[in-house]
Write a protein that binds this ligand. Structure first.
Ligand code: GDP
Ligand code: MG
Length: 326
């Protein structure tokens, strides 16, 4: 059983040493613990420090690619390195490394495919009221969209089984946290949440510069990923909404027409007609999106198989290399 702890880093020279130090290297039930740093084009000494700390693997993006892409690169690398469990933690030492054994327990016990560390934000002193409210609201939105109940949906402290990592395809470039949960829900993976500790705040968030930006980015990710997985529902809802508001002015016109005052109400017919037509068109777009959705499913199935083939190839060639060595 091999565990790889991946840490996406963007200029984390100050906090990386403590983050790495807190990761236990011996965990009951795990044969090997390795650490992978994904350096996302840091301009400080992150890579040098990671090397000095003796982390096992370092991936360097030449340019800053964003957290979600780096996360995906990390997952792929962990799979290639033969990880049975992958843990993601942040380089700012926000999460307590010593909680990792607890975090992976449900996966070791084969009770879960994914475990999300719940920071119990309601009790975290340095979280502002607005952040607490947003966090709660975001998690309930994710719960409605994905059908899984995770109190801290944007937590970056999470463990994933190899099987789940093979199935997850992060496509957004900004935030992987909510996308991963919506995908996991739609793929019927078993996701659980466990309470974890957090360290004191070391610095301001680098992912969000302001609350409106946070809301805008999270909302757009949620909407896009949900539409990707349930297009018919989204377009049917939007189309019906347009149709219903379109029918109201038409009924208004009909009423006046019946009582013999149809003249002068032609605007109602035009507005209602345009809205109803938009509603019908939205249904049609929904059908097209649904067909694209089938294609997505086929592509995802192919991708999963390619991954498995690639990984079994890598595994075989590693074995050959080892035999060659002997
Ligand atoms: N790969 C990558 N990681 C980033 C980037 N910005 C922040 N991170 C990492 O993402 C994690 C969370 O970032 P942080 O600024 O603490 O955001 P918070 O989750 O809002 O606290 C840390 O490990 C950062 O190093 C980025 O542009 N690219
Ligand atoms: Mg942080």
């Amino acid at each position: 059983m091999k565990l790889i702890v991946q840490i996406p880093c963007f200029n984390e020279e100050n906090t990386l040493p403590q983050t790495v130090k807190d990761i236990p290297r011996q965990i009951p039930g795990v044969d090997k613990v390795e650490i992978l740093i994904i350096d996302d084009g840091s301009t400080d000494r992150t890579v040098e420090i990671a090397r000095n700390l003796g982390v096992d693997h370092i991936i360097c993006n030449k340019r800053n690619q964003g957290l979600a892409r780096s996360f995906r690169v990390g997952l792929d690398a962990c799979l290639h390195l033969g990880a049975d469990i992958i843990v993601n933690t942040d380089g700012d030492n926000q999460y307590a490394g010593w909680d990792i054994p607890k975090l992976i327990q449900p996966i070791l016990a084969k009770e879960a495919d994914m475990v999300v560390g719940d920071r119990q934000t309601g009790n975290v002193a340095h979280f502002s009221l607005i952040k607490k409210i947003l966090q709660k609201w975001g998690s309930s939105a994710v719960r409605n969209l994905s059908g899984i109940n995770i109190p801290d949906a944007v937590s970056g402290f999470r463990a994933i089984s190899r099987e789940a990592a093979l199935q997850i395809n992060i496509v957004s470039s900004f935030s992987y946290t909510t996308e991963m949960l919506i995908q996991a829900g739609k793929k019927n993976l078993n996701v659980v949440s466990i309470p974890v500790e957090t360290n004191d705040k070391t610095r301001e968030s680098r992912l969000f510069t302001s609350i409106p930006q946070f809301i805008e980015r999270q909302l757009s990710t949620m909407l896009r990923i949900y539409t990707m997985y349930q297009p018919l529902r989204v377009f049917f809802f939007t189309g019906t909404f347009l149709l219903v508001i379109g029918i109201i002015p038409i009924l208004r016109f009909l009423y006046f027409y019946m009582i013999g005052e149809g003249d002068g109400h032609i605007q109602s017919v035009i507005i209602g007609g345009v809205l109803s037509m938009m509603g019908f068109l939205t249904y049609l777009v929904g059908l097209v999106a649904d067909i694209i959705n089938f294609n997505r499913q086929l592509i995802e199935m192919t991708l999963e198989r390619v991954r498995r083939l690639e990984l079994s190839d890598a595994h075989n060639s590693n074995n050959t290399k080892m035999t060659d060595g002997i």
